[in-house]
Design a binder for this molecule. Structure first.
Ligand code: ZN
Length: 133
């Protein structure tokens, strides 16, 4: 079902501050910054090899990224795996007893269709299913 790591989502307090490390120290290129209203985040995209690092800064103190940082500090927040058909993937996960945070896909950064699996069902990792063109 899963084809590749689509991206790694990293929660940061300040996008511009964090970008210094990824751009200047790691030497990655920033290909864009996008605000995703629905997720209350500002996202910076940094492709690396066949995948991408996404830095996530909260636009709202009540947003999921702000809450994550409050509880666990900055750092890796989720792992996104690419699937071909997200509706089918959600159905398959549920069939296999995985608890879904999103039973219906929603739209994430870059217009991708996404759905999160509950970390209680995945051994502690917030897994995002991602379908994109
Ligand atoms: Zn993501």
């Amino acid at each position: 079902m899963a084809r590749k790591i689509d991206h790694i989502g990293i929660a940061v307090k300040n996008l511009e501050e964090s970008l210094k490390f990824y751009q200047e120290t790691l030497g990655l290129d920033l290909t864009g910054i996008e605000v995703v209203e629905e997720q209350k985040v500002r996202v910076a995209f940094l492709p690396i090899g066949d995948t991408e690092i996404e830095l996530l800064e909260s636009t709202d103190p009540e947003g999921p990224i702000a809450r994550h940082i409050e509880k666990r500090g900055q750092g890796v927040q989720h792992l996104a795996v690419r699937v071909e058909n997200i509706e089918a993937a959600i159905a398959e996960m549920k069939e296999k007893g995985i608890r879904m945070i999103d039973e219906v896909p929603r739209y994430g950064a870059g217009g991708a269709k996404i759905a999160f699996c509950h970390p209680k069902s995945t051994g502690g990792v917030l897994i995002e299913l991602t379908e994109r063109e």
